[in-house]
Design a binder for this molecule. Structure first.
Ligand SMILES: Cc1ncc(COP(=O)(O)O)c(C=O)c1O
Length: 391
């Protein structure tokens, strides 16, 4: 016990101690924290549909019919019509032969990488990939070569060097939209590389699915290379407003995962309400309303990021709805987070180990449900607080 107490005390001294904050209200533009109304600027509910009646009604109806729990893992008795219907819907959405649900994006990434790759294989992984990809590479026990962030030229050099002693399969794995920097992977160039070196490409589009591309198919659609991606991982808990995740890919890949992926095999499946609601979310993404929400989100992002840049903020190359504001050191970052919360603006300070030393930031995320007035007001407060604590 004492060791853990010392460790927590050390984290506290270093300004690195994490703790939980209770958020009351339904992930709308405004929620309550500590009994006070605050503008929610740190939710991944990008399209603002987590509390959309179409999703909630489907979730309630499926819950009434099938119950609150699924009772078992998918291979035992936990596969229900809603799971299968959603998997078919996702495969159509991404243009693949099949798809498989996982209980979360974290479970998906560790389960996909562990289930498909092994010690003879090589995984080429972007330096800023999500923690779940890093952990998946470890679980796969594949040789993992980390390439500099988004640097496809450096990656080509690494692959060229590795070529002469190749044994097993090769995989390039990358986030589509990077979760902490809000920038976008060079997917077309990565597709060229995977063709040139006979590798596979896996894209974790947790933050692109539903948002990027004309039809919300994700970063691959936005960059015109959707059908060249081999493994489409995405989450249902961010822009799609539900919970869980999926892999869309060839049938043989999906069948392999059903037989080998430990996070899929050894875990109780999502309750029926979740896949039922996620199918409704995909219908919404495909509708006129979905197109309008994507348009509104893009306008909100342009306004918010533009005002911050006009105010001299370094947004670390973000081009998407994830807008990091560089603050560098942990202490001022967390002081700014608290001060902004008191002023009615709720965003999160992000510190190591989530980001590198000296790269602390306020990570803001824009939603379609924000109004221009709310965003403009928030930027004013962010700039004031930044000048007070970090300027
Ligand atoms: C890029 C990326 N992949 C995977 C995940 C994990 O998804 P989930 O929250 O559904 O576990 C996240 C979550 O933040 C993410 O940002």
């Amino acid at each position: 016990m004492d060791n853990w107490r010392f460790e927590l005390a050390r984290l506290k001294r270093q300004g690195m101690l994490r703790s939980l904050r209770v958020v009351d209200g339904g992930q709308g533009a405004v929620v309550q924290v500590n009994g006070q109304d605050v503008l929610l600027l740190c939710s991944n509910n990008y399209l603002g549909i987590a509390n959309h009646p179409a999703l909630v009604e489907k979730m309630v109806a499926a819950t009434r019919q099938y119950g609150a729990g699924s009772g078992a893992s998918r291979l035992i008795s936990g596969t229900m019509p809603a799971h299968v219907a959603l998997e078919e819907r996702i495969a159509t959405f991404k243009g693949t032969e099949a798809a498989l649900l996982f209980n979360s994006g974290y479970a998906a990434n560790i389960g996909i990488l562990q289930g498909l790759f092994g010690p003879d294989d090589v995984i080429f992984s972007d330096q800023l990939n999500h923690a779940s990809i890093i952990d998946g590479c470890r679980l796969a026990r594949a040789r993992t070569l980390v390439y500099p962030h988004c640097d496809h030229v450096a990656l080509a050099e690494i692959m060229e060097r590795e070529k002469s002693h190749r044994k097993g399969r090769w995989l390039i794995v990358t986030d589509g939209v990077f979760s902490m920097d809000g920038d976008v992977a060079p997917l077309t160039e990565l597709c060229d590389l995977k063709d040139r070196f006979d590798a596979l490409l896996m894209v974790d589009d947790a933050h692109g699915t539903g948002v990027s591309g004309k039809n919300g198919r994700g970063t691959g659609e936005a960059l015109g290379c959707l059908e060249r991606i081999d493994l489409h991982m995405g989450t249902l808990g961010k822009a799609l407003g539900c919970a869980g995740a999926y892999l869309a890919a060839d049938r043989v890949i999906i069948d392999t995962l059903i037989n080998r992926s430990r996070s899929f095999i050894f875990s109780t499946s999502l309750p029926a309400g979740v896949p039922a609601a996620a199918s409704a979310a995909l219908d919404l993404v495909d509708s006129e309303e979905g197109r309008n929400l994507r348009q509104k989100l893009a306008e909100n992002r342009t306004l918010f990021a533009g005002l911050l840049q006009d105010g001299g903020m370094d947004l670390l190359g973000s081009t998407t709805q994830i807008v990091p504001i560089l603050t560098r050191d942990p202490d001022p970052t967390m002081q700014m987070t608290e001060r902004l919360l008191e002023m009615g603006v709720f965003l999160q300070g992000v510190r190591p180990p989530t980001v590198g030393t000296g790269l602390c930031r306020l990570r803001a995320t824009v939603m379609a449900s924000h109004s221009a007035v709310e965003l403009t007001d928030a930027v004013g407060k962010i700039l004031d607080v930044y000048r007070e604590y970090a300027g």
